[in-house]
Design a binder for this molecule. Structure first.
Ligand code: MN
Ligand code: MN
Length: 492
């Protein structure tokens, strides 16, 4: 017998049902509704969202560069039962391994139950490089009028240069010495480390020199030099005494000399750590969330399935921000080689055609961020086809710009398959294009993976202030992305 309370609820529902007009019912049945995650989730899920965000925040602070991301990913993978490809003993369903490419590009694989050449591979591909400044290969100079030592830089990727002036900056990188030794350098991350900065011009004197410039040239490329030091060595016979102080410091602490910069990769990133944003702590502010948010979500997702039906592969690429060039970007043969090695574990003497067919039968999600609607600059979006913070992972059928130029336009069949999967599993997702048609645009690794003739769809969390020194995401969207990638890997 139903309780009095249940009876009451039922009659209440019925009366509500009766109140609905025919039109309202039709509307409910036919119109698209995408819910705000915060309004839908129960207490338990909200706790899950907040806990997932705490883990993600640790990744953000520890992996500001592609090399650091690879180190983090490999360590986390080992903790979760992955071994190096060469260490795989008896490959079978559930076997977990990783392959690293030059410390900047990595693949994680979990072998599936179904034969790979029939079922293909489920791939989630993200990138681990972010816009930044690189030290030039001969960076150090002493300004002759002020006697200040400076580092010259060159920016990497699409950034708004003025955002990098007058903020604290940290140096992360490696130097290869003349003896071939690799020296790791990180300065500016610990609380009492010194930092670097590009000193901007004071507003009192900027009228002619800067105020009337176009904002894109607020700070120009050659003006992006960092303050490095000011104390001269005591020897007056030396010409550049402050520069020598810096060289002496670097030599004493890292064993390097000036020529070693030629074979160095020194990256300048904001010396700002991750913070919660908003009084309700619903958002995360940090450098590099394009693409750390999707990277971390896909990393955690591949740890989940023990024995997936279909072989799962997480790919983490370098160089996406400069067009995926070079041998650590997606345009290198790394993908093909990883898939070939994976196939050779289960079919030692596979034929070339099997590899090609395997690539063709594979499905990929390009796990990259999309632009969330910024309440201050809404005009760049066509709102009906734009992503909003808190509404889940963004499906983007095509990127590119203008007349879909340079776009990888996912096939409707594949978009349908993913949409059905997400709906079936209760994944929070939304649709989002990349801004107004003629406003600009962007690209991801999707079009390069499409070259293997696999199905590929762009799919990642929305970000505010993308490519800035402090990008903002919603904790709910990061969690939704993790769920989305997980269910993709767990697909039957
Ligand atoms: Mn990206
Ligand atoms: Mn980007």
């Amino acid at each position: 017998m139903p309780s009095a309370k249940a009876k009451k609820t039922r009659s209440k529902t019925r009366s509500k049902e009766e109140e609905k007009t025919k039109g309202q019912k039709l509307e409910e049945r036919l119109q698209m509704k995408r819910p705000l995650i915060w309004e839908k989730v129960k207490k338990k899920e909200k706790k899950e969202i907040m806990e997932f965000a705490e883990d993600y925040k640790r990744f953000l602070d520890r992996a500001k560069t592609e090399r650091e991301a690879v180190e983090f990913i490999v360590n986390a993978a080992r903790e979760n039962g992955f071994v190096e490809y060469g260490e795989v003993k008896k490959p079978g369903p559930g076997t977990r391994f990783y392959l690293v490419n030059r410390e900047k590009n990595v693949a994680l694989v979990v072998l599936g139950k179904r034969p790979m050449n029939e079922a293909g591979i489920n791939i989630v591909a993200s990138h681990i490089d972010s816009p930044r400044l690189d030290l030039k290969q001969n960076p150090l100079y002493e300004d002759k009028d002020t006697g200040l030592a400076m580092f010259r830089t060159q920016y990497y990727g699409g950034l708004k240069k003025y955002q990098w002036a007058s903020i604290p900056l940290a140096l992360h990188g490696i130097v290869i010495t003349s003896e071939g030794k690799k020296v790791n350098i990180v300065i500016g991350e610990k609380a009492n480390d010194p930092v670097f900065t590009i000193p901007d011009l004071l507003p009192h004197l900027w009228k002619k020199a800067q105020a009337d410039r176009k904002i894109a040239e607020g700070i120009k490329g050659e003006e992006m030099s960092l303050l490095v030091g000011a104390i001269p060595v005591a020897d007056e016979k030396v010409k550049q005494r402050v520069k020598l102080t810096i060289l002496e410091y670097l030599n004493r602490n890292y064993g390097i000399v000036e020529e070693d910069f030629i074979s160095a990769e020194m990256e300048i990133v904001p010396a700002i750590n991750v913070r919660d944003v908003g009084l309700d702590r619903s958002m995360i502010g940090a450098y590099g969330q394009d693409d750390s948010s999707a990277t971390y979500a896909s990393l955690r997702a591949i740890f989940e399935p023990e024995k997936p039906e279909i072989t799962a592969m997480a790919l983490f690429f370098d160089k996406e921000e400069i067009g995926s060039e070079g041998n650590t970007g997606v345009k290198s043969r790394f993908v093909e080689n990883v898939v070939a090695r994976t196939l050779s574990l289960v079919r030692e003497d596979y034929r070339d055609l099997e590899l090609r067919e395997l690539l063709e039968r594979s499905r990929g999600l390009s796990a990259d961020v999309n632009a969330g609607v910024n309440p201050i600059f809404k005009d760049v979006h066509e709102i009906q086809n734009a992503a909003k913070l808190g509404y889940g992972i963004v499906l983007t059928k095509y990127t590119g710009s203008g007349g879909k130029y340079n776009a990888s336009d996912a096939n409707a069949e594949f978009v349908g398959e993913i949409r059905r999967l997400f709906n079936r599993k209760g994944v929070y997702w939304q649709y989002g294009a990349f801004g107004k048609v003629d406003e600009g645009g962007g690209g991801t690794v999707a079009k390069f993976l499409a070259e293997y003739n696999m199905e590929i769809l762009d799919c990642g969390p929305p970000v505010l202030a993308m490519h800035s020194t402090f990008e903002v995401t919603s904790k709910a969207d990061i969690w939704a992305s993790y769920k989305a990638y997980y269910h993709f890997y767990d697909m039957k």
